[in-house]
Design a protein around this ligand. Structure first.
Ligand code: ATP
Length: 509
């Protein structure tokens, strides 16, 4: 069912110019995609929603745009050269490669699903009298499964913490995890694999040197911490936001744009006084989940999840998970990064990266709370959640992409009822009026019904029809994508109607 949905999303994305496989004429490159004419608009609008919520809505957050290449010592200091590894394991029969932590997490997820099934059974049996909290605390099956999960998680955390890779393999064997492709339990040893892409800078004659494509945008913020603080006269607490490409040589890149080797991140590092990090961690968890929920994709589709494998820099970390077609998966991370990064850069660069606190009359290295969201994952969350197949009253069906109007690529399509009688000219007049404020399209091909359906599938909130009456009294019909209701309004009112519907302010308030 969910596989079907993902397939539908992929083919819809291609058919309507949202996402194409990269270099398709050469049969594509695995896990690499290009955003098409509508995809790039949607992506830009998501960026705008994020940027406004961070930079425009917080007087103490500013944005930067650092380069992808950085001095190679950056990645030594950040720990990525030594510790940005995934534990990988191969199945000897299928020759398929997996991330050991993912195999274990998927196993744990199956146990969680068993618990949910037991809960659902309880609900069916006891109906309104069912007390879910009590049931989870007392039902023997549920308790046994919870204990199982805790045991696995503890063992896994301990083994990784000690870098004990044979113990990770033992755990996989002990749990009886089989390869989903071959069904066999014939595994290789677990090895660590560094995820950074490297390349050479300069010509060999000049003495070339290895540099990395950044695996996260965050380090561009840390190395600019003092530049921004001083030139922006920023007072702690303050944040620096950035949107940009990141690259990771993922062992298994799959599930469409969910996991790619080249992707985009929207990250914000918030610098705080040491000792206040817990409070700011909670603040950003709440602020970020509110930002997500404001889009109206359904509150039940989000949950927090603490990661088993804490990154090397964090003292607290949570994921905001979204209910993707493949199930609940990480969409965003909120991390308390301590003073790990700034301290490490001080050490490796020999430069002070401290803040002078005028109230305390002393200098210190700030602590950092980070919010980090994958733009492509956000795109997939919105696209998959918005794609709907509706049955209409007359029994026919329609495909509608119910995108949040503020994010829709095209806000209104202007259509002449027919291609004659001066209607196209009038439609172009309306289009030329509106195009300064909104991304509009003109469409005169096919019957009105067909044109409406096409715009429903593209996610356009409004269709504006120019007919013969328009020539007489300057009114048009405006059709709403979601209700399919048509209203006759004056051309002069269009800007106000569309503007209200697509404004970001309702989402940001
Ligand atoms: P995962 O556990 O899924 O590999 P992660 O915990 O390594 O993710 P972070 O390092 O916290 O991810 O990166 C922050 C965000 O960047 C993630 O929440 C995700 O939205 C996005 N992201 C990370 N890796 C990828 C990828 N390969 N493709 C697309 N987005 C990604």
């Amino acid at each position: 069912m969910s596989d079907d949905l993902l397939k539908k999303v992929i083919s819809h994305a291609k058919e309507y110019g949202y996402i194409f496989p990269s270099s398709e004429i050469y049969d594509g490159l695995s896990a690499t995609y290009d955003y098409g004419q509508n995809g790039s608009e949607l992506k830009n609008n998501i960026k705008e929603y994020w940027w406004k919520s961070m930079v425009q809505m917080h007087e103490n957050i500013v944005g930067i745009d650092a380069s992808i290449f950085m001095h190679p010592t950056t990645w030594k200091a950040s720990g990525h050269v030594d510790a940005f590894n995934d534990p990988l394991i191969d199945n000897k029969d299928s020759k398929k490669r997996y991330r050991a932590d993912v195999l274990i997490e998927e196993h744990v997820e199956k146990i969680r699903q068993k618990i949910d099934k037991d809960v659902a059974k309880g609900l069916k049996r006891f109906g309104d009298d069912f007390n879910e909290e009590e049931f989870r605390k007392t039902n023997p099956n549920v308790l046994r499964n919870i204990a199982k999960i805790e045991d696995i998680e503890q063992k896994f955390k301990d083994s990784l913490g000690k870098d004990d890779l044979p113990a990770v393999k033992e755990l996989i064997e002990e749990l009886g995890i089989a390869c989903p492709v071959s069904g066999s339990k014939n595994w290789t040893d677990v090895r660590q694999f560094n995820l950074m892409f490297s390349t050479e800078i300069g010509s060999l004659a000049d003495g070339s040197s290895t540099i990395y494509l950044r695996p996260e945008t965050a380090q561009g913020i840390f190395v600019n911490f003092l530049n921004v603080q001083k030139t922006g006269r920023m007072k702690i607490p303050f944040g620096i936001a950035q949107i940009g490409k990141a690259f990771r040589n993922e062992i298994i890149a799959r599930q469409f744009i969910f996991r790619m080797r080249e992707f985009e991140q929207m990250e914000m590092q918030f610098f705080v006084k040491p000792g206040t990090q817990k409070q700011w961690f909670e603040y950003w968890k709440e602020t970020r989940i509110k930002w997500h929920k404001a889009l109206g994709l359904g509150e039940e589709n989000y949950r927090f999840h603490d990661h088993l494998k804490m990154a090397h820099y964090a003292d607290a970390a949570t994921d905001i998970e979204f209910n993707f077609p493949m199930g609940f998966k990480e969409l965003e991370g909120v991390h308390s990064r301590t003073d790990f990064d700034l301290k490490a850069h001080e050490e490796y660069s020999g430069k002070k990266l401290q803040y002078f606190d005028p109230q305390e009359n002393k200098s210190y290295v700030p602590y950092v709370i980070e919010t980090s969201i994958g733009l492509d994952r956000m795109f997939l969350a919105i696209l998959s959640n918005s794609l709907k197949e509706e049955t209409l009253e007359d029994g026919s069906s329609r495909t509608v992409l119910a995108l949040p109007p503020a994010l829709a690529p095209t806000k209104a399509v202007i259509m002449p009822l027919t291609k004659k009688d001066g209607l196209p000219e009038k439609a172009m007049e309306v289009m030329n009026e509106l195009k300064y404020d909104f991304n509009c399209q003109y469409d005169e091909k096919d019957s009105p019904g067909k044109r409406y359906r096409r715009q429903d599938a593209l996610g356009t909130p409004y269709c504006i029809m120019i007919d013969h009456q328009t020539l007489e009294d300057n009114t048009v019909t405006i059709r709403d994508r979601d209700t399919m209701k048509q209203d006759r309004v004056s051309i002069t009112d269009l800007r106000g109607i569309i503007g209200e519907k697509i404004s970001f302010s309702g989402l940001l308030r």
